[in-house]
Ligand binder design. Structure first.
Ligand code: PLP
Length: 398
């Protein structure tokens, strides 16, 4: 079953096979890092050129109205909504994930004034946990408890990632959300490693945040997004009370009055040029059947796990239903192993202290890529090329 020809025939029958042509992929590279920075959508460069030359260049400041820049955060939020199980008017795009988390957790704390515990996962991607630490320090009087303790009865809010960035472990969103809410706490999901990788559904949650530069392919520095459940639109406070969350930004009043609906979670001037690339990325997503996406993601990940076999220790759950779209292995010399692999054209990444990560982006990764990547990895391990000293020095971004 696991031969190369079989993989080629799986690619030929793959219902998502045509999406690969929508992306620019350099020759000689097998790119398994779409979980960190997605590939370039073929139409993004033209869309960005248009935003720069036709909109900025020709329309100048009028572009805020005539090119629709002003409405970008909500218009694009509405386009992201179906990818996370949300509806129109529930998602605002802009800023960064860290900022969206700060907004969500702050708002949740204000909605549970009697409770002084913030539950956060110490293994989460550090910025999430750092933002909670900074917030607790700024507000004073809050205790941070690790999610693993499993106690929510006195918690104001629980912040968790659907998919763990290191191991790829997937939490059960409906089950955790229900448990947290039954304890009287509010649930904030981070979907950075799940949006664009599986069928995310945060509709029962109180808040959710995520980025668009990973599986959504919106490019380096692309805007993030924030989902706010409509039941909180009237009562939740945006502590980052910038002018674009005001009821009437162009009345230039001296007092802050929040806008109605999701707009109150806007902060300030959108990153118009980055939004242009995000819009091009979302043009592709409009046509993606998410059930087929998830099925292929599971198949690619399982194929890789089977091919690597016991050559490396699996750090991800063995059951694909409990994984997101990346697979991780442990190796004590993980960094030089990954550098040696990249040297041979197979791009994964390394996460300290010992994790080798391989992300599978079903829109552009093929079965044959997975086969070739696994064969190359086994060769690197077998021939020990990673011992070459040129693979040892650490780059700033791993
Ligand atoms: C990628 C990622 C982030 C990124 O945060 P930024 O503020 O956009 O830099 C945050 N949280 C998680 C869980 C991530 O995977």
């Amino acid at each position: 079953m696991l031969d190369r020809d079989h993989c080629l025939s799986l690619d030929a029958e793959d219902p998502l096979r045509d999406f690969r042509q929508e992306f620019v992929l350099p020759d000689g590279v097998i790119y398994l890092v779409g979980n960190s920075l997605g590939a370039l959508p073929r139409r993004a460069a033209e869309r960005v050129r248009q935003a720069v030359e036709d909109e900025w260049g020709e329309q100048l400041v009028g572009g805020w109205n005539s090119a629709g820049w002003y409405e970008q955060p909500l218009r694009v939020g509405d386009r992201i909504a179906p990818l996370i199980g949300a509806g129109p008017g529930q998602v605002v795009a802009g800023n960064t994930t860290s900022i969206a988390i700060h907004q969500a957790v702050s708002a949740a704390l204000r909605l549970r004034p009697g409770r002084r515990v913030i539950v956060s996962d110490v293994r989460n991607f550090p910025t999430d946990h750092y933002m909670v630490q900074g917030l607790a320090e700024a507000l004073g009087g809050y205790e941070i408890r690790d999610f693993a303790e499993g106690r929510f009865d006195d918690a104001a809010v629980v912040l968790l990632s659907e998919v763990d960035y290191r191991t790829g472990e997937r939490h059960d969103v409906p089950e955790v959300t229900a448990r947290v809410q039954a304890a009287g706490a509010l649930m904030v999901w981070d979907v950075c490693h799940s949006v664009g990788a599986l069928q995310v559904d945060v509709s029962a949650a109180d808040f959710a945040a995520g980025c668009t530069y990973k599986y959504l392919n919106a490019g380096p520095g692309a805007p993030a997004f924030l989902y706010v459940n409509p039941r909180h639109h009237a009562g939740a406070v945006n502590v980052l009370s910038g002018w674009l969350g005001h009821a009437e930004p162009f009345a230039f009043e001296s007092g802050y009055r929040p806008a109605e609906g999701i707009r109150r979670f806007s902060v300030s001037t959108p990153h118009v040029l980055s939004f242009a690339a995000l819009e091009a990325a979302l043009d592709v997503w409009e046509r993606v059947p998410l059930d087929l996406l998830r099925a292929k993601s599971v198949a690619l990940g399982s194929l890789f796990v089977d091919l690597v076999g016991d050559a490396l220790e699996l750090a991800s759950p063995a059951d694909p239903a409990r994984r997101g779209s990346h697979v991780s292995f442990r190796h004590p010399d993980g960094y030089p192993v990954m550098r040696a692999l990249i040297d041979r054209g197979v791009h994964g990444d390394f996460r300290a202290p010992d994790i080798l990560r391989f992300g599978f982006a079903p829109l552009y990764n093929r079965y044959v890529d997975v086969f070739d990547a696994a064969v190359t990895l086994l060769e690197v391990l077998d021939k020990e090329d990673w011992r070459d000293e040129r693979h040892a020095p650490r780059l700033a971004v791993t």
